[in-house]
Design a protein around this ligand. Structure first.
Ligand code: CU
Length: 313
């Protein structure tokens, strides 16, 4: 194969591989995603400063010290080169320092738990991962949906996330960060879409048989009015999500269709969250040092005064 053909083949391969990136983390549609893409590219370039010279020099040395050379350099006493030592240590150390600073800063800047600054009021959406579907509760609007997430473009969203049972990971690649959903725990994520569109939402953590159908569309509407119209449409549905119908919904199903609930009972998310917490004392109790040492036995009398009443009623 000629060099020209080889170059053509390489170019075609790269184009085809990059074509697979559309709709993923390298094609972001929101500020968080854009920041993360830049971070990925910057870190990759920094690391290539080491990787590329190593590859080039490996080939160069293999050629330079090839067996068929007719004039040999023979230096059996050679043991040390300050020049080489300085180069191979200083460059990686500088890169590690640079990566360290960048990682430190972006970890704080892209904290998934931190509300997005300067973007205005957040829309709250409560997310529950079920076998094998995603439940979205809109507490402010009093509605709920399955496998469809709708929100206005350019409005930040505060997600509160938990799981009915298995651990999953809530992920809309084009909007940025993923975050785990775990039973009995609430995790948080703040995202924004900076343009309207339909983005793929997935779980990036395998959770069993029906996992491959556990997908949803995240739809960013062009305006808030479009979002309000959608809310009205969902409210028209004569279906209510209560503790009872939730139990039914939580039964394992595969490829669950998009479902709208025109009404949702207050505090359902908290109820799901606290379901597995019945045998714990309140966390305030454990935060006191003298209580933490004595543990559960002394906590028992206090336990049922706390959140248990609201959960168990
Ligand atoms: Cu408890």
């Amino acid at each position: 194969m000629s060099i020209r053909n080889l170059l053509k083949l390489t170019f075609t391969t790269i184009v085809l591989m990059l074509a697979g990136c559309s709709g993923g983390v390298l094609d972001p549609k929101g500020q968080v995603g854009v920041d993360e893409k830049n971070l990925i590219i910057l870190c990759t370039i920094l690391m290539l400063i080491v990787v590329i010279p190593v590859i080039v020099l490996t080939l160069y040395f293999a050629w330079k010290y090839r067996a068929s050379r007719d004039f040999e350099i023979y230096t059996p006493k050679w043991a040390h080169s300050t020049k080489i030592e300085a180069l191979v240590w200083s460059v990686p150390v500088l890169i590690i320092v640079a990566l360290g600073v960048i990682t430190w800063r972006s970890t704080i800047a892209l904290d998934p738990y931190a509300p997005l600054e300067g973007q205005g009021e957040h829309l709250t959406v409560e997310v529950v991962s079920l076998d094998w579907k995603w439940l979205f509760i809109y507490p402010e609007q009093g509605i709920a949906t399955v496998n469809e997430l709708v929100f206005p473009a350019n409005k930040p969203i505060a997600f509160k996330i938990t799981s009915e049972n298995a651990m999953n990971s809530f992920f809309i690649p084009q909007l940025g960060s993923q975050i785990y959903s775990m039973a009995g725990m609430e995790t948080k994520l703040h995202l924004i879409a900076n343009e309207p569109g339909t983005f793929k939402g997935i779980s990036s953590n395998y959770s069993g048989a029906g996992f491959s159908g556990m997908k949803f569309n995240a739809i960013a509407t062009p305006t808030e009015a479009d979002f309000d119209a959608w809310v009205e449409k969902v409210k028209q549905e004569d279906t209510a999500l209560t503790s009872g119908s939730y139990k039914e919904l939580a039964e394992p199903t595969e490829d669950h269709p998009v479902t709208y609930y025109g009404d949702v009972s207050d505090g359902l998310f908290h109820e799901i969250l606290m379901k597995y917490m019945k045998d714990h004392g309140s966390m305030d109790f454990y935060s006191k040092p003298n209580n933490a040492a004595t543990g559960m036995k002394k906590a028992m009398p206090d336990m049922h005064k706390g959140h248990h009443e609201e959960v168990n009623e």
